[in-house]
Design a protein around this ligand. Structure first.
Ligand SMILES: [Zn+2]
Length: 275
């Protein structure tokens, strides 16, 4: 029986070496391609190249998976009170007066500034409900999510619903909607909408303060988002908000802030009973 070294020797002799060319790096003669005797190359360089290609493909696959995870964040992890907001775009926003028209255009401008890499917090405020504050907030997220390389992570969170879920998790050990889950998730996404700030305290005309617990959750989220963009919608004026929430939360939320304000618009959601 042939020894391994004999076999190797035979195989090596069968290879078609190009003794006119030599790789100085690997101290090896070139080898002709298996199928032709025209092209030759250093076999070690060739193997290294193959390995590099495989590594590159693996890295690209990992990158694609990471990108897809970010892209899916908005759809999979958002917490909505109102399901009609899902996947809603600027094109679905039909202004019924000039203020709404202007505010829609402003929202599109802000979307473009975010898209170009600017970081700032944006408030969308209006005393009346149903004028489309959440709609504009969601539209900015949807457009960012669908733009360019689709590698931005966006998240829409209804604050009252989130707090309910956290509260439920105190007694329900099966629930993964813990405070830690939300503060981690909300802290790391690139773009976040916090929807309907103030609604979680109930009656907005009372002198009620937000609970210490609510402030604590918001403070922890805003602490992690100092270099990220947060969009906050609310029915409340800033004076009222400052009275309700602790100073640190408000100063984080109000830092470098831009705003879209609805002063005139009234509820434009269709009423089933006609009034
Ligand atoms: Zn070589």
């Amino acid at each position: 029986m042939e020894s391994i070294s004999q076999t190797l020797q035979t195989k090596l002799e069968m290879l078609n070496w190009d003794f006119n060319k030599r790789c100085e790096k690997h101290k090896s003669y070139f080898l002709f391609d298996y199928n032709d005797n025209l092209n030759s190359r250093c076999p070690v360089c060739y193997c290294e190249g193959m390995t590099k290609n495989v590594e590159q493909q693996e890295a690209e696959k990992a990158l694609d998976a990471e990108r897809l995870k970010k892209y899916n964040t908005l759809k999979k992890l958002s917490i909505l009170q109102d399901e009609t907001l899902r996947a809603i775009r600027f094109s679905d926003y039909k202004p019924t007066n000039s203020e709404e028209e202007n505010n829609k255009n402003e929202a599109i401008d802000f979307f473009n500034r975010y898209r170009n890499g600017e970081i700032f917090n944006l408030w969308i405020q209006g005393l009346n409900t149903g004028v489309g504050k959440s709609h504009l907030g969601m539209s900015i997220l949807e457009e960012l999510n669908e733009s360019d390389a689709k590698d931005r992570s966006c998240l829409f969170i209804d604050i009252a619903r989130m707090l309910e879920l956290i509260h439920d998790s105190f007694d329900n050990k099966e629930s993964h909607y813990t405070q830690a889950y939300f503060t981690d998730l909300l802290g790391k996404v690139d773009f976040l909408v916090l929807d309907d700030l103030g609604a979680e305290t109930g009656d907005i005309d009372s002198k009620k303060k937000a609970s210490e617990y609510t402030s604590k959750v918001l403070r922890s989220v805003m602490n992690s988002r100092q270099d990220k963009a947060t969009i906050i919608t609310t029915n409340l004026p800033s004076a009222k908000l400052k009275q309700m929430y602790d100073g640190k939360v408000m100063s984080r939320m109000m830092r470098g802030v831009k705003s879209i304000v609805f002063k005139e618009s009234i509820d434009k959601r269709p009423s089933e009973v006609g009034f």
